[in-house]
Design a protein around this ligand. Sequence first.
Ligand SMILES: Nc1ncnc2c1ncn2[C@@H]1O[C@H](COP(=O)(O)OP(=O)(O)OP(=O)(O)O)[C@@H](O)[C@H]1O
Ligand SMILES: [Mg+2]
Length: 264
Amino acid sequence: MPEPIVVVEDLHKTFVHMGRSLEVLRGIDLCIDQGEVLAIVGSSGAGKSTLLHCIGTLDIPTRGRIRLGRDDLTGLSGSKLASIRNRMIGFVFQFHHLLPEFNALENVMMPGLIQGMSHAEVQAPARALLEEVGLGDRATHRPGELSGGEQQRVALARALVLSPKLILADEPTGNLDSKTGAAIQRLFFDINKKHGTTIVVVTHDLAFAESMPRVVTMKDGLVASDDRKRPSGSRDAAEPDAEGAKGAADAGAPVEATEADAGG
Ligand SMILES: Nc1ncnc2c1ncn2[C@@H]1O[C@H](COP(=O)(O)OP(=O)(O)OP(=O)(O)O)[C@@H](O)[C@H]1O
Ligand SMILES: [Mg+2]
């Protein structure tokens, strides 16, 4: 039996804006098993990003409970949350937030350097991940010298460099053409298969969502439906098609999770 990596119980989030309170999450229950790949869909304003931010410890719920692995996040201090985040979570956003003055390799290395790993320690896994996302020959390019899809792949490599158990991606293909978006999608499935990483993707791309073994639909701050096509936790269930699977050297990265891109 796969163990849950994320357990969300009766989660509420209310924003107070100009004296008015806005109930954005109104009682979310969600359990995600280790090794699952799932999509969160729903119309604009449904609360998808807010939920992802709460799960990712970037935002604090108003009420309810979130458990990440064995850690109950309720009432934890900012530094405790940051440490859990660093250990467990990699973020990928629609706008990848790469640092423009650093090249691709340095951007991928950044979460490790911030964690206090030495240059030598983090360089090998970062290089291996750049290879894995098909950018071994772009290591010295700065973000401005990469295409949008390449930048997004660098961001994905960066999210993976500390070997997070959980990837949270918010519209990672949102500003890409369909072919580039499809390549990114395949990478998610490859990474899940190869590393067993749990992957949660918020997306407006219904074809992408449909390729996932599980699709959670949000509406007005609630889970409107939760459809599983195949048994959860089955890592093979996460492969939509074999085409284009990027082999690449085994990263074997002796690493942990990410922080550098958590600010967005
Ligand atoms: N910091 C905030 N203060 C006040 N309201 C907010 C804040 N953040 C989000 N909201 C509101 O909460 C609602 C849900 O926002 P959220 O970003 O979670 O939606 P979403 O489902 O991700 O939408 P989209 O698909 O457009 O990205 C929106 O109506 C938004 O205006
Ligand atoms: Mg959003």
